[in-house]
Write a protein of this length. Structure first.
Lengths: 495, 350
């Protein structure tokens, strides 16, 4: 085993591997800065370039670009209020508020450091779990996916505690919208109204960009002013960024908790990255002092989702490598890339290529750190975007949003839906309905329906009696009730 | 004078006839082949893929596209048009101008199956679609969980419901499971709703379900880890990846009714992953395209490239697939069609 660790270390310092990473990182950063173009699109675009590369070089190329994409997504979420990827939507809530208050550098420093730590955590977990990961993954089945998704839905109430009824209405609307198209169990299309497009229901990228980007662009257009208020912008300096980075260490407990949450969600094949970021955000809010100030520019609201997001991908590599079962959509893409370079992940792969699997974990960690550092260097320039007048910035952003949406599925109808959801987003913003709650309802509605039905059919009504399920239920309840622990304790004492 | 004039004309006509006959006889064959392919030269050819970039169908289309360009002088654009479980792209294909410049890398089995069960959203007729050549068929195998019996007879002896995992009722997992249960007269429940074949495989490995009918590559991979057992091949030929595993009808004596179900599903399998064009492509263009695709998919260099990148090619003449599809869609009696719908969609749902 020690030999495999050492051999893996030696392999990643080959010049070809380092060169592939150096080449991939800037590509990933640029793709990440384009709203709507996700890590999955980046992988699809880059996989053909790996033809003929050595396996480790090809995979280093892809993993490094993928790690960099997610850093780019956080930047647009903070600076522009537009999530670069759907999983960045949770970062918008507090990150963009900080940018508006002229503290973009602080938020960026925190986001990048949290991403790096989260990524490192996920990769460390991968290294630890590699030899023993099979039983771990096999202990997660459909009931666990169901309960985790259910806990995620319960957190809608947390996201919107300022206006709980409006949050619940938004969440319910999201769940309702997730019901369009083929039902996940029998494949019967619902509410498709004869439209081929609606056979697959509404799409996530047009929804996320419509809800978040369009209202932001419209506000920029109508006011004509820059994102950061005049006079409030501090000169971006290393000091500001480093202060942000240090904030991560001030909240180290929460950072580790969020990373752990992200990794565990990543290991479970059925539940994706968007859930991880929102659950981490809600958990951070529940356990922090003065939770009501979340959503107004709390640094913890940036740190938690960012740490969880990058940790999630390390976690998602676990089932991909150990069983050949992808832990997320992007890992499914990466699995395709393994086949292209002539490797077949799965139990046999680990037995034969443990050193390669470990080398991938190292690359994952290294790429996360390198991408954070590069983005930090770039951020000094990028932050000037918040000072560009709205009437100049808005049309440029609109072009990116349209291209990003179109590129996701080559569908012009998707672009139309960005504007339809944009109207919804503007209305929700004006009437103070919680947009992240809608997005979370939409993402989890389908998952809950799917795993509830499967669990029921596979295990019957007692499907919740599995040990891991019970553990998830207990943790979710503790997390939800934590802010009210004193009231509960006093009620208990009165009995 | 009039007589001479007539003679002159005759001589000219004869000369022209002789010259053209000479040219025709002397011209080498490739020229005529090139002529029939002139409609492709310098044109942009679109190959639709009904799924997102990076998937299996996309990978095949992108692997074959450069070879098509090299042989025809056309520029190929692979267009991903995901949606409707691959149906949307086929619906769009049958509506484009049949000029031979638009094709599709099609999940032929899924397309035939969806049409047979009259799935909502089907707006094509596979009986009229122009077949250009089949790229691949995949054998299916039967795997069971680690705590299940080691062979098919043991499975048949179980006195309880056998749970199968699948993504949908007619998705290559659910329908294979249904015909297997029908052929072996098993008491089954097919649990649909798994996100993909990998997750359906995981459900067998962690004991959530008992069995799964899955493509040979995945089946062999799951069995290697010891978390699943490969107990039969569902096909007319043994799997190349697991030659020691017996065929279902070798292991169990099947009556004609039981065998019909296997033959029915294996007939659809023959369509496999095919390259198709819209209905009504002119005969000369159709023949040229069929010839080009045959050359590409039987080229040893292309086949070696496919084998190296885990995308093997198993070419089949388009005429054969077309006949199978027409037989299936046009000659299946109404009562059998009702049985097919009952078995695939309802019988094993609970």
């Amino acid at each position: 085993m020690l030999e495999a660790f050492l051999s893996a270390g030696g392999q990643i310092f080959q010049p070809a591997v380092l060169a592939a990473m150096a080449f991939a990182l800037p590509i990933g950063l640029i793709v990440g800065l384009l709203p709507g173009i996700s890590g999955i699109s980046a992988l699809a675009f880059l996989i053909p370039f790996t033809f003929g590369m050595q396996p480790l070089v090809g995979l280093a190329f892809l993993l490094a670009s993928y790690a960099a994409v997610s850093q780019g997504g956080s930047m647009t979420a903070i600076l522009l209020g537009v999530p670069g990827e759907v999983s960045n939507a949770a970062t918008v809530m507090d990150g963009h508020k900080l940018a508006k208050a002229g503290k973009a550098g602080y938020a960026i420093g925190a986001a990048l450091m949290a991403s790096a730590i989260g990524g490192l955590f996920g990769c460390a977990l991968l290294i630890i779990l590699l030899p023993i990961m099979q039983p771990v993954i096999l202990s997660f089945a459909s009931p666990e996916n169901f309960f985790l998704s259910l806990a995620g839905i319960a957190f809608i109430a947390v996201l919107s505690s300022g206006a709980p009824s409006r949050g619940l209405i938004a969440g319910s609307l999201g769940i309702f919208m997730s019901l369009f198209g083929y039902d996940p169990i029998e494949g019967v299309p619902r509410f498709w109204m004869g439209s081929e497009y609606l056979l697959d229901g509404f799409r996530l990228i047009p929804l996320a960009l419509g809800l978040f980007a369009i209202p932001e662009i419209l506000a920029l257009m109508s006011s004509g002013k820059s994102i950061a208020r005049q006079g409030s912008v501090e000169q971006i300096s290393f000091r500001q960024g480093i202060e942000g980075a240090l904030a991560v260490f001030r909240h180290w407990g929460m950072t580790l908790r969020s990373s752990a949450l992200g990794s565990v969600i990543g290991v479970m094949p059925g539940v994706g990255g968007t859930t991880a970021t929102f659950v981490a955000y809600a958990a951070a809010r529940q356990t922090a002092a003065n939770p009501e100030t979340f959503g107004q520019g709390r640094i913890e609201g940036v740190i938690a989702p960012e740490a969880a997001k990058n940790a999630e991908e390390g976690g998602a590599l676990v089932p991909t490598l150990a069983l050949g079962i992808p832990g997320s959509a992007s890992m499914a893409m990466l699995l395709g890339a393994f086949l292209v370079v002539g490797l077949q992940p799965g139990p046999e792969f680990l037995a034969k290529h443990m050193d390669l699997a470990l080398a991938l974990a190292y690359i994952c960690a290294l790429a996360n750190f390198a991408a954070s550092f590069l983005m930090f260097l770039l951020s000094r320039t990028l932050v000037y975007v918040t000072r560009v007048p709205g009437r100049v910035l808005a049309p440029i952003l609109l072009v990116f949003v349209v291209i990003g949406t179109y590129a996701a599925q080559n569908s012009a109808t998707d672009v139309l839906y960005v504007f339809i959801f944009g109207v919804l987003g503007v209305a929700m913003e004006r009437l103070n309905y919680n947009r992240p709650a809608l997005l979370l309802g939409f993402v989890l509605g389908e998952t809950i329906e799917r795993y509830f039905q499967v669990s029921l059919k596979a295990y019957g009504w007692l499907f919740f009696m599995r040990p891991v399920s019970i553990a998830i239920i207990v943790i979710a309840l503790v997390c939800l009730l934590w802010p009210s622990r004193r009231q509960i304790a006093s009620l208990w004492g009165r009995r | 004078m009039p007589r001479n004039h007539r003679h002159r004309i005759d001589r000219r006509a004869l000369l022209a006839l002789g010259l053209s006959a000479g040219v025709a006889v002397m011209a080498p064959m490739p020229v005529s082949a090139q002529d029939s392919g002139a409609f492709l030269k310098g044109e942009t050819v679109r190959i639709y893929v009904g799924y997102s970039p990076g998937g299996g169908y996309d990978a095949y289309a992108r692997m074959l596209a450069p070879h098509f360009e090299k042989r025809t002088g056309a520029t190929v654009v692979v267009e991903n048009r995901p949606g409707g479980q691959g149906l949307t792209a086929l619906n769009q294909l049958v509506r484009v101008k049949p000029d031979g410049l638009t094709m599709m890398m099609l999940n032929g089995e899924g397309a035939v199956m969806s049409q047979l069960i009259k799935q909502a959203g089907v707006a094509y007729d596979m009986g009229t679609v122009s077949m250009l050549g089949r790229a691949l068929i995949e054998q299916h195998v039967l795997i069971v969980g680690p705590n299940m019996p080691d062979d098919v007879k043991g499975l048949m002896g179980l006195k309880r419901k056998i749970k199968f995992s699948a993504t949908g009722r007619t998705d290559n997992l659910g329908d294979y499971a249904a015909v297997t249960c029908e052929a072996l007269k098993l008491d089954c429940q097919i649990i649909t709703g798994y996100k993909g074949s990998k997750e359906a495989g995981l459900a067998v490995m962690n004991g959530e379900v008992d069995a799964l009918a899955i493509s040979e590559g995945s089946g062999v991979e799951y069995a290697q880890g010891g978390r699943a057992k490969l107990i039969a091949t569902i096909g007319h030929q043994r799997s190349e990846l697991a030659p020691n595993v017996g065929l279902l009808h070798e292991i169990v004596q099947l009556g004609p009714d039981q065998k019909w179900w296997l033959d029915f599903r294996l007939g659809i399998k023959a369509v496999g992953r095919s390259i198709v064009a819209p209905p009504g492509v002119p005969a000369d263009r159709l023949q040229h395209l069929q010839r080009v695709w045959r050359e590409i998919m039987t080229d040893p260099a292309v086949m070696a490239e496919g084998a190296r990148t885990q995308r093997p090619l198993k070419y089949e003449e388009p005429g054969k697939s077309q006949q199978i599809v027409r037989d299936l869609l046009q000659t299946l009696p109404a009562n059998k069609l009702n049985d097919v719908n009952e078995v695939l969609l309802k019988k094993y749902s609970s």
